[in-house]
Design a protein around this ligand. Structure first.
Ligand SMILES: [Cu+2]
Length: 151
């Protein structure tokens, strides 16, 4: 009987862990930004986020080594003036796909600590409200490519 209890506990731990691995299945794809010059203190980062699970995810904060602040920004149009609005958190629904693209929502890096050079890369850490983290690699693209991305 004691052995049976022990096995049950083992099974519970195993089951719990595999469930967690499954839940942590937020996929970040193709993160990029454009190269900056020495005078530039902010830049926008674009990425696609896929939630391939039946669970909801809440991104509650971002951080990176290359800037003092990283925020999620939405773009809103009021009276033909485009404004950026900081989102305190971003909820990604089950099976939802979120696309951050030029002209729309983006990740804003502010007070850049260094120039971002064409061909280099850096990381942004996405922190979820349950304490989990996703470290995402961001590629820095040549600014000449920018024209192709903005309509
Ligand atoms: Cu912004």
């Amino acid at each position: 009987m004691r052995n049976f209890k022990y096995l049950c506990i083992l099974f519970l731990i195993f089951f719990n862990n595999s469930a967690k691995t499954k839940i942590n299945n937020l996929v970040f794809h193709g993160a990029y930004t454009f190269e900056t010059n020495s005078a530039q203190k902010a830049c926008a980062v674009y990425v696609s986020i896929f939630n391939n699970t039946k669970s909801e995810f809440v991104i509650s904060s971002l951080s990176t080594d290359v800037a003092e602040k990283a925020e999620i920004h939405d773009v809103i149009l009021t009276n033909e003036i485009v404004r950026m609005k900081k989102l305190d958190q971003l909820t990604i629904q089950p099976n939802e796909q979120v696309y951050f693209q030029p002209g729309g929502s983006h990740i804003m890096l502010m007070n850049l600590k260094q120039e971002l050079a064409d061909g280099s890369s850096f990381f942004i850490t996405f922190k979820l409200d349950d304490g989990r983290e996703n470290k995402v690699k961001v590629m820095v693209l040549n600014k000449k490519l920018r024209e192709n991305f903005i309509e």
